[in-house]
Design a protein around this ligand. Structure first.
Ligand code: T5A
Length: 230
């Protein structure tokens, strides 16, 4: 597949949605062409797709509502796990894989690491089972790059609260969110080839600049190889 899947991950309020939007604006406003022109000859363009989990498809939008509605009745952790997996299976087959085949750069708000961190570390469901389920839901499709926006849990939750809306997951207690953070930390240590840590405690502008730098380097290594081979 010639496209690339770039995922934004982290605890609540780390700024994923904000940074994903800024990144998309930058790439659409010429940043993508700018990066590609340094490594490929000719007029290089690629589709840019912005999506999220849960909720990247029509089915996913309904699943998202079930999962995150703050007034919904309690959901059993295994049912919650399966709903996230169903959202992902549909997302990968309906949107992500076809767009990767199409050569797109996909910016995705959360993916498989969220399930390991939230349902595994947070809810305490067996990690091996979650890995198997992720495998089933994705058909083995990993991200090409995951940007882990690392923020202190309490600062992140405070930012999310100040925004004025708190969803069902954000209502969980602090100990839960700390376990989720521990999950992201361990995933980062176990997957240095795939996960890059971004210090999300800085201003929006500074975090965006760090992400731009990482992406410029990645585009260079990804597409330079391709231009040599083609
Ligand atoms: N989930 C998801 C699972 O449990 N398992 C799974 O498998 C998956 C895929 C998704 C929920 O589902 C869970 C995780 C989540 O609980 P969501 O709405 O996508 O729900 O929730 P979040 O991803 O947590 O989204 P949030 O909007 O809460 O957090 P973000 O996207 O990290 O933060 P953002 O950008 O909205 O910013 C929050 C506030 O902070 C400000 C923003 O302006 C905003 O007000 N802000 C900053 N303030 C100061 N400095 C900065 N650098 C700032 N950056 C942003």
């Amino acid at each position: 597949m010639s496209g690339k899947l770039i995922v934004f991950e982290g605890v609540e309020g780390g700024g994923k949605t904000t940074q994903l939007q800024r990144c998309s604006n930058w790439l659409r406003a010429g940043g993508l062409q700018d990066c590609l022109s340094t490594v490929c000859s000719g007029n290089q363009t690629r589709p840019l797709v912005v999506t999220r989990e849960p909720g990247g498809t029509l089915l996913g939008a309904k699943v998202r509502q079930l999962l995150l509605d703050r007034d919904s009745s309690p959901i059993h952790p295994r049912a919650e796990l399966l709903l996230y997996a169903a959202d992902r299976a549909e997302h990968v087959e309906e949107l992500i894989k076809p767009q990767l085949v199409n050569g797109a750069i996909i910016l995705c708000d959360r993916y498989t690491d969220s399930t390991i961190a939230y349902q595994g570390y947070g809810r305490g469901i067996d990690l091996k089972l979650i890995e198997e389920l992720n495998q089933i839901a994705t058909g083995g499709l990993e991200s090409d790059l995951t940007l882990w926006l690392d923020i202190d849990v309490e600062i992140g939750l405070e930012r999310a609260r100040q925004r004025g809306t708190v969803d069902r997951m954000e209502q969980a207690d602090l100990a839960f969110h700390r376990r989720v953070q521990q999950g992201f930390q361990e995933l980062y240590q176990q997957n240095p080839h795939r996960i890059v840590r971004v210090d999300a405690s800085y201003s929006e502008e500074e975090v965006h600049n760090s992400i731009q730098k990482i992406l410029r380097e990645r585009f260079k290594s990804w597409f330079q190889e391709r231009s040599i081979l083609s």
